[in-house]
Design a protein. Structure first.
Length: 186
């Protein structure tokens, strides 16, 4: 039930809000929700693809990656590893977007991906090996869309977390057999 602005939440309501948050709104909970929607479980082979993320932090992509790391650990394949999310990173967070608030040094170093790529190239064999390809920021990685179109149907998970998404790109995502998660529609 709703509170009037002058009401102080009681312990039961505060506990209920906290439980709802932990069950539904953490990075791991959101990753598990995405896995449920796409029909995957924790044994699935997932490739997380965001070539721009190591140099240009994006919150939705970062939190998706962090949630998937929480579920899969180092079994999550990440060809473009993001060094600043790991607890042993020795860089300067002040240089990152938002000064790295809530994403710098949050992931155990042992969760680094075991995937090794040649010159950071994404190959058809690599795509075929994985059960699902999660593109953390489809707008920043749109150059991979032609390769993903050739991929198996319903194997791609495309995420668009831009403040003002490219409506032409968002509309064209229907052409690719994919699961599409968009943070905000214009």
């Amino acid at each position: 039930h709703f509170l009037r602005s002058a009401d102080v939440p009681n312990e039961k309501l505060l506990r209920s809000i906290r439980e709802h948050f932990l069950r539904n709104l953490t990075q791991n909970a959101m990753a598990n929700y995405m896995l449920k929607v796409i029909g995957a479980d924790s044994s699935a082979k997932i490739l997380f693809l965001d070539e721009s993320l190591p140099n240009f932090p994006d919150y939705l992509s970062l939190f998706t990656l962090s949630g998937l790391k929480g579920v899969f650990g180092n079994r999550l394949s990440v060809p473009f590893e993001v060094p600043y999310i790991y607890e042993d990173w020795d860089g300067e967070a002040a240089r990152l977007y938002g000064r790295g608030f809530s994403y710098v040094r949050k992931i155990p170093a042992r969760y680094r991906s075991r995937l090794v790529t040649r010159h950071n190239q994404i190959t058809t064999e690599m795509l075929d090996y994985h059960d699902f390809i999660v593109v953390g920021s489809v707008e920043r990685n749109a150059h991979y869309l032609p390769l993903l179109k050739k991929n198996l149907p319903n194997k791609n998970v495309l995420i668009n977390g831009e403040d003002r998404p490219n409506t032409n790109l968002t509309s064209s995502l229907k052409e690719i057999s994919s699961y599409v998660f968009v943070r905000e529609l214009p």
